[in-house]
Design a protein around this ligand. Structure first.
Ligand code: HEC
Length: 132
């Protein structure tokens, strides 16, 4: 009896194993909507984020051209990409993006990304940062 319960459990779980890692992220369907919701407010070309850093996030081309200091996305390597490092708190608590804390560099405040949103951006970069 116990083993049949286990087998049924595995049969239900099996189709989901692995799909979490292999799902292809789409820039237009998954990434741009997140940027629109959490970043554009300050990074639309007029906001304080784009004024200070030069980073505009209204399109794939803008994202890939980066800040006035250089690219923020290294295709295939999220750990070397400022875009990922900054949203996952790996740069410095002062430059967390979106800025939420009172000590942050921005005057305005944003809404913190959910962990799932951070993972979506990380996967998109690791899958080659495609314009898909
Ligand atoms: C409330 C305004 C605001 C929001 C919302 C915001 N930013 Fe920023 N961002 C700034 C400001 C201001 C700077 C310039 C910081 C500096 O270098 O002085 C900046 C700079 C940056 C930089 C460049 C950092 C560097 O050191 O080169 C990145 C990358 C960035 N933001 C990513 C994001 C992302 C991704 C989001 C959304 C998830 C976001 N920002 C949302 C205000 C904002």
């Amino acid at each position: 009896m116990r083993s049949s319960v286990l087998i049924i459990g595995l049969a239900i779980a099996a189709p989901f194993i692995g799909t979490g890692c292999s799902k292809q992220i789409s820039y237009s369907a998954d990434v741009q909507p997140l940027l629109n919701e959490y970043c554009i407010k300050c990074h639309d070309g007029k906001g304080e984020g784009s004024e200070k850093s030069g980073l505009i996030m209204t399109s794939y081309a803008n994202i890939m051209s980066g800040t006035k200091f250089g690219p923020v996305v290294v295709a295939g390597n999220s750990e070397s990409s400022t875009l990922y490092r900054i949203i996952s708190g790996k740069v410095s608590p002062k430059i967390d993006m979106p800025p939420t804390g009172p000590d942050s560099v921005a005057v305005g405040r944003g809404h913190a990304l959910k962990q799932g949103n951070i993972t979506t951006i990380q996967k998109w970069i690791d899958q080659g940062a495609l314009n898909n």
